[in-house]
Design a protein around this ligand. Structure first.
Ligand SMILES: [Zn+2]
Length: 455
């Protein structure tokens, strides 16, 4: 437990470069606390952690002693209720008085259901009843068949092996893509053994998701971003649903703690399309504030528990996490007190998160650490001086039994989010496509002189 360095000590001797712990500490500590006290709600754990200034040991002792820790805790609503909207109370999203005022307060949860409220107050937009009902059911049934073979993610935190409190599986569009993923891509410092080809219904849905996400991106840029222009580092290229992580939350207690999605293969300002099926659950998000004196409370602890926003995700809804999400907000699936069982899925929520991998962030191009492993791409969220900068870091310390090296390198991108080697990656891709083309043409070349019909 000595490996926990308190924020106070760290502030006295600041290192010039951010460390993974700087960026992760709260979430990692919460994950560790959650694994020590699986029966307790995330809000309670966070409150305890803040109370003890980030000491997991002290928080854990207190939580073990007093299950009623959290003086301000209110009973959570037991079920996902029926739609209510800020608009219904005469608060329009465009109301400047409302949008200027922070919508959240420390320790409070703002519940949002209405698409207009969600896109006005969060970096997300939502489409309810996304697929035709019969297609959504067919997709859900296909995934329900596969879900029992999904596995929990196992990783190491502070010399302890922690298991994710839900199961997941990784899918790509073709068998050759699956082979490439298994052989070449690295996640949490290691290769993934189980990469599957998307099911027929997943592939069918992915085309529709692709179309919807691209049009939502354009709408977001036009209506929400400064001067109607894409964000710096956001890709101007069409978004492709070329990979999908499928999560299964079986029962009200399965969850995932606050985190950001890994940017390594998506690049900066990534967009993710998340299709929810089965039981409705709460998707909670929280804006991360930089660590500075403005956010330090009188007792010296950090006012890290900004109010959170809860977006309710019913069956067959598509949530788009836009380009303004991953660098500034963290998200989670909160454990629920109770759920409404779904007629097909029972207690399960299945969630397909479609992602757009960039060719030029293939691990053959990205920096390797001293362990010889392609590094992970992260964005500084907490450190005020360097907030928003990207960095390549070693991530083999997530593998149980390994320590990792201290590799660190600032990551550079152009305005479109392309790395300095993008031109080389593009040239290589062009050559590969031409080689493939000429191989395909060869048989036809032999028939030169014969009349050919086209179309
Ligand atoms: Zn390393």
């Amino acid at each position: 437990m000595d490996t926990f360095v308190s924020r106070k000590r760290r502030r006295l001797s600041p290192s010039p470069e951010p460390t993974a712990e700087d960026e992760d500490s709260t979430e990692l500590k919460l994950a560790l606390l959650a694994s020590l006290h699986p029966q307790l709600d995330g809000d309670v754990l966070l409150e305890a952690l803040i109370h003890f200034e980030g000491s997991v040991q002290q928080a854990s002792v207190a939580l073990g002693r007093d299950h009623a820790f959290s003086p301000t805790r209110k009973p959570a609503p037991s079920r996902i209720g029926h739609q209510s909207s800020l608009s219904a109370y005469g608060i329009a999203p465009g109301d400047t008085e409302v949008t200027k005022r922070p919508r959240t307060r420390k320790g409070r949860t703002l519940h949002l259901y209405d698409p207009q409220d969600i896109e006005a107050h969060t970096p997300c937009s939502i489409i309810h009843n996304f697929l035709p009902a019969n297609e959504a059911d067919a997709l859900l049934l296909e995934l329900l068949e596969q879900a029992p073979t999904y596995s929990k993610l196992e990783f190491q935190l502070f010399e302890r092996v922690v298991k994710s409190p839900h199961t997941f599986c990784f899918y790509v569009n073709s068998l050759s893509d699956a082979e490439e993923q298994k052989a070449e891509y690295i996640y949490d410092g290691r290769k993934v053994e189980d990469v599957r080809q998307s099911t027929p219904e997943m592939l069918k849905a992915s085309k529709k998701v692709e179309e919807a996400v691209n049009s939502e991106i354009q709408r977001r840029i036009r209506d929400f971003y400064p001067n109607g222009r894409k964000l710096k580092y956001q890709s101007p290229e069409p978004w492709r649903a070329n990979t999908a992580f499928v999560n299964c939350y079986d029962g009200p207690h399965e969850s995932v703690g606050y985190h950001t999605d890994q940017l390594t293969y998506l690049g900066p300002r990534a967009v993710i399309g998340s299709l929810s099926l089965g039981v409705a659950r709460e998707f909670r998000i929280r804006k991360i504030v930089a660590e500075d004196e403005d956010h330090r409370k009188e007792d010296g602890s950090l006012a890290d528990a900004q109010g959170q926003i809860s977006i309710h995700l019913p069956h067959n809804s598509l949530l788009v996490m836009h380009a303004d999400m991953q660098e500034e907000w963290k998200h989670s699936i909160a454990p629920a007190q109770a759920i409404d069982p779904h007629p097909l899925a029972g207690n399960k929520r299945l969630n397909i998160t479609y992602r757009s991998y960039k060719d030029n962030l293939h691990p053959k191009y990205t920096p390797r650490c001293k362990c010889g492993i392609p590094t992970v791409l992260r964005c500084v969220m907490r450190r005020k001086e360097t907030r928003g900068r990207y960095m390549w870091m070693c991530h083999t310390n997530y593998i149980p039994g390994q320590e990792g090296c201290s590799f660190f390198q600032w990551a550079e991108f152009d305005d479109d989010g392309d790395p300095p080697w993008a031109w080389a990656a593009k040239a290589e891709k062009k050559t590969a496509v031409e080689r493939e083309d000429s191989l395909c043409r060869e048989p036809r070349d032999e028939s030169v002189g014969q009349p050919t019909k086209r179309g």
